[in-house]
Design a protein around this ligand. Structure first.
Ligand SMILES: Cc1cc2nc3c(=O)[nH]c(=O)nc-3n(C[C@H](O)[C@H](O)[C@H](O)COP(=O)(O)OP(=O)(O)OC[C@H]3O[C@@H](n4cnc5c(N)ncnc54)[C@H](O)[C@@H]3O)c2cc1C
Length: 420
């Protein structure tokens, strides 16, 4: 007879505490069930690798959308260089090749005591039981004060309809008009992304219109990523048309008049691209898991991405607060660490004690040249945190056309590794 840990506790009369222990795989037991909320780079990858590495595990991936619109490359959709189809990723292969059960629905509430998540699917409320839950819902915005409306002053910081709205506003600009954009306070999704957008927008205006201006209002004291390449772009490539203003945190927005009031003054644009401050996805906050000192992001154990509050709930990708950058590449790397830790836990094993993660971001600086940024992180047992490996931290010495080619190859690889 196979006598497992749960049976042992039951025998001791401790069955009521059994829910606190990880469910372990055995030949007799039904396969454990992992539910993943959010089918972006973090969620799709963890679902795929749980099936690929875990064997007999049921995996259900729940996303509110039928397909995922990648933010990666989305600035090139804003400029019209790429179409939406280039950044639209479907779940077909995860279903057919990997055996992931994919459900389109809105996760509303987590019930950790009963290990259930409540989901709205086709207008019906359903409770999905789980042995392990992975939350990878990305980000939520903290709306600025004033009369802020994202339909009038789009963020385009979650790809999809917002990307197309900003594209349409940019393409309808006339000569001598001004594009104003705001950069949120760090940490936010994709550290180089806003500076990349400033360059992409300046490039298309420079080539297609006459006398247009770009004003970049940064809540931070300096450029947050790739300062060398963005510095050259702002001070040289787009000299005279792009104005970069640091320490310009947003105080309020009037979307109707396209006016933003900042710590550095008041600015009005023909197009106003407000990228608001950010926090963990709403389902994380609602579950009481946004527990870092700012109350915006989720503290987790970086060996497994498990929450210290509810160890059967794992949080990864942009929502977590391990100090690693909020990037798609990083979400993909964290998802593999998390999948491995969940599988080990079902086998009664401890997580890998020495995980390594990495991230890359490519940034088009002009329509033909891109720069890049890389960083790797390694677990430091002394501080129980992920520490940046200094030798891995680098930005391109200059933006090049080779960089542009590598950007598309890298994006195709990360799309395939996460969704195929
Ligand atoms: C302009 C731009 C450029 C970028 N460029 C790069 C780059 O070059 N390299 C890079 O690595 N990263 C880049 N990024 C960052 C990258 O897109 C994000 O860091 C990444 O998407 C985070 O992955 P995630 O899984 O945490 O969240 P997401 O990919 O946003 O996925 C979250 C998913 O959860 C779903 N969801 C949320 N809440 C619920 C709910 N309650 N119920 C059901 N579903 C829900 C959403 O629909 C979404 O599909 C860029 C971002 C931007 C904006």
């Amino acid at each position: 007879m196979n006598f497992n840990r749960r049976d042992f506790l039951k025998g001791l009369g401790l069955a009521s505490t059994a829910w606190m222990l990880p469910r372990q795989l055995s030949a007799q037991s039904a396969p454990p069930h992992v539910i993943v909320i959010g089918g972006g780079f973090g969620g799709a990858t963890v679902a795929k690798y749980l099936k690929l590495w875990g064997g007999n595990i049921n995996v259900t991936l729940i996303d509110r959308n039928a397909q995922h619109y990648a933010c990666i490359l989305s600035n090139l959709v804003v400029t019209g260089a790429l179409s939406m189809s280039r950044i639209t990723l479907d779940y077909g292969t995860l279903k057919s090749k990997r055996g992931v059960n994919v459900i389109q629905g809105e996760a509303l509430e987590v019930d950790p005591a009963n290990r259930r998540v409540n989901v709205l699917v086709n207008g019906q409320y359903s409770a999905y039981p789980y042995d392990k839950l992975v939350l990878a819902p990305g980000i939520e915005f903290i709306p600025p004060d004033g009369n802020y409306r994202e339909d009038l002053t789009p963020h385009a910081w979650k790809a999809g309809p917002q990307t197309l709205l900003l594209k349409q506003m940019l393409s309808s600009m006339s000569s001598k008009q001004t594009f104003v954009m705001t950069i949120p306070k760090s940490p936010y999704r994709c550290p180089p992304g806003p500076y990349e957008r400033a360059c992409a927008v300046a490039d298309v205006l420079k080539r297609r219109k006459t006398g247009c201006k770009v004003v970049v209002l940064d809540a931070n004291p300096s450029i947050q990523a790739e300062p060398h390449n963005f510095g050259i772009a702002f001070n040289d490539t787009y000299k005279g048309m792009l104005t970069y203003i640091p320490n310009a945190g947003v105080l309020s927005v009037d979307s109707k008049t396209k006016t933003v009031t900042t710590a550095a003054g008041k600015f009005t644009g023909h197009v106003l691209n407000v990228i608001p401050n950010q926090r963990a996805g709403q389902i994380v906050t609602a579950a009481g898991l946004a527990n870092d000192p700012t109350g915006r992001w989720s503290l987790v154990n970086p060996l497994s991405y498990a929450s210290p509050i509810h160890p059967d709930i794992h949080i990864l990708g942009d929502s977590q607060a391990t100090g690693q950058p909020k990037s798609g590449h990083m979400a993909n790397a964290q998802a593999k660490v998390c999948a491995d830790a969940i599988i080990r836990s079902f086998r009664g094993e401890a997580p890998d004690p020495n995980p390594v993660t990495s991230s890359a971001c490519f940034s088009p600086i002009t329509s033909s040249k891109a720069s890049w940024l890389t960083a790797s992180f390694q677990y430091d047992p002394g501080t129980k945190s992920m520490k940046r490996v200094e030798a891995s931290f680098a930005e391109a010495s200059s933006a090049t056309s080779d960089g542009m080619q590598q950007m598309f190859q890298w994006a195709d690889n990360i799309f395939a590794d996460s969704f195929k």
